[in-house]
Design a binder for this molecule. Structure first.
Ligand SMILES: [Zn+2]
Ligand SMILES: [Zn+2]
Length: 326
């Protein structure tokens, strides 16, 4: 496994196999996606991670052993483990269909050990079956990039013209979902990133350009995936009256002040936090119907550091995925 310890670089270590609790499954990890959130954890931008920690919350593998009370899965089932690892089930958020906001929620690869490892354990209630038609490598990005992207798309409402700021792992999946729904996609990238702009156009975007510029027409909504606060007023400037700007990342640099006129006209700025199990069920059912092509750059587990470095530099096309066992 690859371990994050305080003040140390990621370190490859051999540790004993974790034992599943009564309601948990032991999973032999095949692949694990590398998410920008992992960088935020490594950089200490999210409070109180479990340390030492095994990162990784886009886990695909096979069930290898069952806790005594497991009922939903059998040994050998192909499963996925997302970011949401546990919720209390009792608080007002959990009881009103908003378990993504549970104050006591525990997240995979942050407060529970995740999938940068050969083996991991997960609470069976928060584990999903993986749809057929996706290889283990292709399926990994569905579990966060796809899922959070889907929740963001739903939050963007009925927008026919959708802006996407930051064309990485989540955006490249959301663009395909949006196209399958007949929406038009406008992709904004780092200035001069022609590779990402071409990639967006290949995936059916109507237009692709620099995030510092304006789209050729007004948008009905925009999703900001890049962790750059300055993009929020930029996106507000690009959306028409009544439009929503959805901030999809878990962490963002400060949003600069902006004139009220950018918000006026019933424009809305909102964030999307985490996911619910319902989001997961809906999105994976959709992924089973609509063939999504995940563009993946694979890395062996021992090169997790390298994957994170390339993600930080904006050098990954689509999603970085650790391949642990084929
Ligand atoms: Zn993630
Ligand atoms: Zn709760």
């Amino acid at each position: 496994m690859v371990l994050l310890t305080p003040g140390q670089p990621l370190e490859l270590r051999d540790l004993p196999s974790p034992a599943p609790g009564p309601g948990e499954v032991l999973i032999a990890v095949h692949t694990c996606g590398v998410c920008r959130t992992d960088l935020h954890v490594v950089d200490g931008e999210l409070p109180n991670p479990k340390l030492p920690l095994v990162l990784g919350h886009e886990i695909v593998g096979r069930v290898a052993a069952l806790g005594a009370r497991v009922t939903r899965f059998s040994v050998g089932d192909r499963v996925g483990v997302p970011w949401l690892g546990w919720t209390c089930g009792e608080c007002s958020y959990c009881r009103s269909g908003r378990e993504n906001l549970c104050d006591r929620a525990r997240f995979t690869g942050y407060q529970r050990d995740g999938g940068y490892a050969e083996l991991t354990v997960a609470d069976e209630r928060f584990v999903f079956p993986i749809p057929d038609g996706y290889s283990d490598t292709q399926a990994a990005p569905l579990l966060c990039a796809g899922l959070i992207g889907y929740r963001s798309l739903v939050a963007a409402g009925d927008a026919a013209r959708l802006g996407i700021y930051g064309f990485g792992a989540a955006a490249h999946i959301v663009a395909q979902v949006a196209r399958s729904q007949g929406r038009r996609v406008f992709a904004f990238t780092r200035p001069g990133d022609e590779i990402a702009q071409r990639f967006a156009l290949e995936l059916g975007a109507t237009w692709a350009g620099d995030s510092t510029g304006q789209p050729p027409e007004q948008l009905d909504a925009a999703i900001v995936f890049a962790p750059v606060g300055a993009l929020v007023p930029a996106a507000l400037r690009a959306v028409a009256k009544g439009g929503t700007v959805v901030c999809a990342g878990i962490h963002m640099s400060d949003i600069p002040s902006f004139p009220y006129s950018l918000l006026w006209g019933e424009r809305v700025v909102r964030s999307v936090a985490n996911l619910t199990r319902k989001d997961g069920e809906e999105f994976l059912a959709l992924a089973g119907r609509v063939p999504l092509r995940c563009e993946v750059e694979p890395f062996p587990l021992a090169r997790a550091d390298d994957a994170l470095r390339r993600l930080r530099a904006g050098e990954v096309r689509g999603a970085a995925v650790l391949t642990v066992a084929a």
